[in-house]
Design a binder for this molecule. Structure first.
Ligand SMILES: CC(C)(COP(=O)(O)OP(=O)(O)OC[C@H]1O[C@@H](n2cnc3c(N)ncnc32)[C@H](O)[C@@H]1OP(=O)(O)O)[C@@H](O)C(=O)NCCC(=O)NCCS
Length: 219
């Protein structure tokens, strides 16, 4: 599902305020600092609580192996202008469901909630997934009691599908969840309705003048 491009640990995505890159061994303390908190873990399907010793290191090892094998795309988020020199503030992931569909996951450090970072990172990952894979849609599940996560998905164009009991392994058993999806057609439609770059808006005569100034391509 994932292309060669994302299977190399130099792969990264850039947004206005963030870098999204493969997790590294040196991210373990930062990841532990937010993943071990009850308020982050309890909303996720996979983060255990209490957070066992060595869990961040194991997570990073698994993420890098899955990324390298093309079975997932798990990225650590860092702020571009960060006094702590690139410390991870969150994680976003796309994994394959049992049915082979892309499923989105994300978690951020509580000290930075409410600043739009999750929305910015999820948008970037969604763009990359539709651009780099042939996936027809991306799925996401949120706990029914998780309005912040639902809001992030809505802001990124996801549509509510239905609700039901879903298995959250790290929470033990089935829990009420809301299911969301973003289809490729909806994604493409929302992209084409966004403001076009200035060059495309130039009047035809202005565009002809610009083209005349450009060096001619050699045959
Ligand atoms: C969900 C999570 C990633 C959001 O991170 P974030 O960086 O704060 O997200 P953003 O700032 O981009 O957007 C959050 C939105 O939720 C809204 N929100 C936050 N708490 C809310 C609440 N209790 N009720 C309704 N909306 C809420 C915010 O107002 C914001 O929406 P707005 O921009 O329209 O005001 C973060 O809370 C988190 O890590 N939670 C724990 C893990 C988790 O839930 N992961 C998702 C599993 S599916």
């Amino acid at each position: 599902m994932f292309p060669d491009l994302t299977c190399d640990d130099i792969f990264r995505l850039e947004t206005k305020r963030l870098w999204l890159r493969w997790p590294r061994a040196c991210d373990a303390p930062a990841i532990k600092s937010f993943a071990s908190l009850p308020e982050t873990a309890r909303m996720t399907a996979a983060i255990p609580h209490p957070y066992p010793p060595g869990e961040a290191e194991r997570f990073i090892f698994r993420a890098r192996a899955d990324n390298a094998n093309g079975e997932a795309l798990v990225l650590a988020i860092t702020q571009k202008n960060d006094a702590r020199q690139g410390a991870a503030i969150g994680l976003v992931s796309a994994t394959l469901s049992d049915a082979g569909e892309l499923e989105l996951g994300f978690v951020f450090a509580p000290c930075l909630w409410g600043k739009g970072y999750a929305t910015e990172a999820v948008r970037a990952l969604v763009e990359a997934l539709f651009a780099l894979t042939k996936a027809g849609r991306i799925l996401a599940n949120v706990r029914a009691e998780n309005p912040a996560s639902r809001r992030v998905l809505e802001k990124c164009g996801f549509a509510y599908v239905d609700s039901g009991l879903d298995l959250l392994p790290a929470r033990g058993g089935l829990h009420p969840c809301d299911r969301f999806e973003l289809g490729r057609k909806s994604w493409a439609a929302s992209r084409s309705s966004r403001r076009l770059p200035a060059m495309v808006h130039q009047a035809p005569d202005e565009m002809a003048a610009i083209l005349a100034l450009m060096p001619q391509t050699q045959a």
